[in-house]
Each structure stands twice: as structure tokens, then as C-alpha cells.
Design a protein around this ligand. Structure first.
Ligand SMILES: Nc1nc2c(ncn2[C@@H]2O[C@H](COP(=O)(O)OP(=O)(O)OP(=O)(O)O)[C@@H](O)[C@H]2O)c(=O)[nH]1
Ligand SMILES: [Mg+2]
Length: 473
């Protein structure tokens, strides 16, 4: 069997072509900003793909450390996330505290002010800049009397809206359920009490036992069952990717993964280097499904390039868990291209956040090339500053193509070389093996002799075996 058949590079992709990406973008825009639907959480067990519609929102942050600018940036990022989810951001407040209030997240005074802002702006949702405990969510809801969600849920909601593949949808559902499980009692409770007009009942008191308690138990059981089912399905879905990765590995083809902050230009770089035509959008978390493409360096060495989901500060751990199989493209890479948006206000913070996630998924020790993207619009001072702290970084523009050739050469120099020296005479009819030696290894000499091609080269293990076999035939 021709090993290239087993490898089947063209079957590696999950997205098809640029027209697909165009369609997808149109569809996504058409779906955005669904206003006027109920924001009431009716049945928390219905963890479908778009459970919470965020509409007119007020943001609230607690700022425990760092500078004012960092606090402002964090809230600005929350606003961007909220807009990506389809909300209209009306106002934002942030409070300086040593730690968030254990009961109400914001201090109770500030929470009261927040209520005023909610009334004045006619907001229907408050989004907090962190992950709140079930108790904090409930107590704050009681004060502001509109739905309160946290940053984690917001990110989960964006993922739910952007998930396209069956695997992506299953991963997001799993993450949402994991988030909801401990929050079943309480979250949305004050609201449904309000809406349903159920009388009185201090939280956790008499009113929550009896039939209510039974319902929560049933809900929990249903969620747990669904989670088990999803985990099983996800395992099954990840199989073909694992098989493909293993085949690539055996063929000695190095794997390069693009990782980086969301919206830094990862998909643009994949498109630029391989013509993959995947979706590019000025939005957070445009890409959820991995795309792997085979390509080669200027000197003809093959490698695969994988584009995958972007990272963000405090990426919810539920998502990291659920997207584990997707993130294996990064975990199993021989080299990581860590893309950073050079035009961002705080690129160093982005680098830090990405490295945190890389460490969390045990990819922290993989060789990493920092790639500063968007050089065409980045301020030169900022790029210079970045280069001071990351002196080995490459400066490119996925948009204009500047710096791409240099980057490819750097990738080439960094590709692992698990090569074996061989010196064989291969029959002329096996010209396929000779061309693979050229694309996968280093050819030192080729001489044409009577019995075939005399090849002196350093090639991947698997090819070496085949060459030796062919030589002995
Ligand atoms: N000016 C400029 N814009 C760029 C460049 N590279 C990407 N962009 C833009 O940045 C935005 C995000 O690009 P993507 O390639 O979708 O970024 P991504 O990292 O894949 O984003 P996610 O998948 O959402 O995490 C798009 O609007 C791109 O057109 C660049 O070199 N210069
Ligand atoms: Mg992308």
C-alpha cells in the first residue's frame, strides 16, 4: 500500500473551502442580535445551544490587583465579549476591593448603586467580570432584580452560538452542563419566583424543599446522565482525529499548531500559509473547530499546520476540560506558533494569558515561536517593546503577507528531525520513494546507477524502512 494513501492529507480538514467560510459568516451575522426574546431562564436543564439571550446589559467588575488601566481593559474586554454574544452594553461599573464580596460579589453599597444603574438604563441583565459562586449569583440577583450572569457563562454562551460541528456543539453542551450542575439550586430562582409570583420563602428555607427539592434532584440526575452520554460521544468523535494524528506521526510529518489569543489572526495565518479558506472574522472565538492542513517549507519539507480555538484571560476551565480533544492538536504539536496581535493595547498580557492556558493543557514545554501579527496596523513602538521582551519573535502580517517567508524558514529550522541516515539503491520503479525522501527528509546525494537510484539521505524512520525494503526486493 502506498503510505501516502493511508495518510490521505486531503481528508484532514474539517472545513471545506472559502465559499463555505463566506456562507458561515453570513449565517452568523444573520443570527446575531436576537432582541425581544425572553431572557427568563425557564428550565435550566435545557442546556441547548443558546440558552441565555443576553440583551441590554450592564457590566460589573471587581478589581483586586493591578493598575487602573488593567482594570479598565478587563472591563473593555468584557464589553467586547458581551457584544460578541449579541448584547447591547449600556454601562459598566468596577469596584476596587481586596477580594470580591463573598456574599454579593460587589460590596453591598455598590450593588445598590448597580440596581440604580439597571433601573436608569432599563437593562435586563448584569454581567459580572469573573466566575461567581452560585450564592453570589443568587444574592446579587436579589438586589439588582434582573438576571445576573458571569464572565464564564458569557464565554460559554458565545461558544454555544459559534459551535458549528457536531463535536463543537457537544463540547460546549458538556461545558455548560458542568457549569450549571452546581448552580441548579438558586440561579434564576429569585427571578422565577418573581415571575411566577410564588409567595415569600427565604432562600434555602421551607419553600425550597418538598416538590422543589425533588425537581432539582431530577434535574441533576438528568444533567449527569446527559453529561455521561456526551463524554462517551465526544470520545468517539475524537477518534478519527487521533487516528489521523498517529498516521501523520508515523509518516514522520511534523505537526505545527497555531495557538494564541482570540482574534489575533490564527485563522488568517493558516489561510495565508496554506490557502485553507477557513472563517476569518473580527470577532472573539470565531474558530472553535480545529482545521489541519498539510503544507511545506520553502525547501520542500512537509509539515501539518493546525488552527484551533483561541484563548482568553481566565478561559473557563469547563471549556478547557470539554475541549480537551480539540486542544490535543496543540498538545501533540512538535512546534507551537504563538500568535499575538501586535496592534492590541496589551499584547504582553495576552502572551501571559496564552501561556497560562498552554501550561494548563500541558503544552507549556513544547517549543514555541512567538509571532507578532498585524504588523501593518501595529504601532512601531509597541512592536519594538514586544521585541524587547520577546527578542526571538517574528513580525508578520497575515493580511499583507509581510514576514511570512522568514517565518516559514524559521519553522523549517525548528522542525524536529528524527531522521535516520540511509545509503541505498532503490529500483527505478519506486520513484515515489525518492520524491518522498525529498519532501520528508534531507537528500544528500542522488546517483543513477544501473540497478536504480543510489540515494544517500536522512529520512524519517518509516520512510527509511520502506526504502530498505524496496532496496532488498
Ligand atoms: N490589519 C490586519 N488585520 C488582520 C491581520 N490578521 C488578521 N487580521 C484581522 O483580524 C481579525 C481576526 O482574524 P482571525 O484570523 O479570524 O483571528 P483568529 O485568531 O483566528 O480569531 P478566533 O478564531 O476568533 O480566535 C479579522 O478581522 C482579520 O481580518 C493582519 O495581519 N493585519
Ligand atoms: Mg480563528
Amino acid at each position: 500500500m502506498n503510505p501516502d494513501e493511508a495518510f490521505a492529507p486531503d481528508n484532514l480538514t474539517y472545513d471545506d473551502d472559502s465559499s463555505m467560510a463566506g456562507l458561515e459568516l453570513a449565517e452568523r451575522n444573520a443570527l446575531r442580535r436576537v432582541i425581544g426574546l425572553s431572557t427568563e431562564l425557564k428550565d435550566v436543564t435545557e442546556v441547548e445551544y443558546r440558552q441565555v439571550r443576553l440583551e441590554r446589559v450592564v457590566l460589573a467588575g471587581v478589581w483586586t490587583s493591578g493598575t487602573v488601566r488593567e482594570a479598565d481593559r478587563s472591563l473593555a474586554e468584557l464589553a467586547l465579549l458581551a457584544e460578541t454574544a449579541g448584547s447591547v452594553v449600556l454601562a459598566g461599573v468596577s469596584q476596587r476591593r481586596d477580594t470580591p464580596d463573598p456574599a454579593t460579589y460587589l460590596g453591598s453599597g455598590k450593588a445598590g448603586e448597580l440596581r440604580e444603574i439597571v433601573l436608569a438604563t432599563e437593562a435586563d441583565t448584569v454581567i459580572c467580570d469573573g466566575e461567581l459562586t452560585p450564592g453570589q449569583l443568587r444574592k446579587l440577583e436579589e438586589i439588582v432584580r434582573v438576571k445576573v450572569v458571569d464572565r464564564t457563562w458569557l464565554i460559554l454562551d458565545i461558544f454555544a452560538q459559534h459551535a458549528r460541528s457536531r463535536e463543537g456543539k457537544a463540547q460546549v453542551s458538556l461545558a455548560q452542563m458542568q457549569y450549571l450542575l452546581p448552580r441548579l439550586r438558586g440561579w434564576g430562582e429569585s427571578l422565577s419566583r418573581q415571575a411566577g409570583g410564588r409567595a415569600g420563602g427565604a432562600t434555602g428555607g421551607v419553600g425550597t424543599r418538598g416538590p422543589g427539592e425533588t425537581k432539582i434532584e431530577t434535574d441533576r440526575r438528568r444533567i449527569r446522565m446527559q453529561m455521561t452520554k456526551l463524554r462517551r460521544e465526544l470520545k468517539e468523535m475524537a477518534k478519527s482525529r487521533t487516528t489521523q494524528r498517529a498516521a501523520r506521526h508515523r509518516a514522520g510529518i511534523p505537526a505545527v499548531a497555531i495557538a494564541g489569543y482570540t482574534n489575533s489572526g490564527k485563522s488568517s495565518l493558516l489561510n495565508r500559509m496554506t490557502g485553507a479558506g477557513v472563517l476569518v472574522e473580527d470577532a472573539l472565538f470565531a474558530t472553535l473547530d480545529p482545521t489541519v492542513r498539510k503544507t511545506r517549507t520553502p525547501n520542500g519539507r512537509d509539515f501539518t499546520l493546525a488552527d484551533t480555538v483561541g484563548f482568553v484571560r481566565h478561559l473557563p476551565h469547563q471549556l478547557i476540560e470539554a475541549f480537551r480533544s480539540t486542544l490535543e492538536e496543540v498538545q501533540d504539536a512538535d512546534l507551537i506558533l504563538h500568535i499575538v496581535d501586535g496592534s492590541d493595547d496589551a499584547p504582553l498580557e495576552q502572551i501571559r494569558a496564552v501561556r497560562e492556558v498552554l501550561n494548563e493543557i500541558e503544552a507549556g514545554s513544547i517549543r514555541e515561536l512567538i509571532v507578532i501579527n498585524k504588523a501593518d496596523i501595529a504601532h512601531p513602538d509597541r512592536v519594538a517593546e514586544l521585541l524587547r521582551s520577546e527578542p526571538h519573535a517574528f513580525v508578520i502580517s497575515a493580511k499583507t503577507g509581510a514576514g511570512i517567508t522568514e517565518l516559514l524558514l524559521a519553522i523549517e529550522a525548528d522542525l524536529p528531525r528524527l531522521l535516520r541516515d540511509i545509503d541505498v539503491v532503490v529500483p527505478y520503479r519506486r520513484g515515489d520513494l525518492i520524491s518522498r525522501a525529498h519532501s520528508q527528509g534531507d537528500v544528500l546525494a542522488v546517483k543513477h546507477v544501473e540497478s536504480g537510484t543510489h540515494l544517500t539521505a536522512r529520512v524519517p524512520e518509516r520512510l527509511a524502512t520502506e526504502l530498505l525494503q524496496a532496496a532488498n526486493e
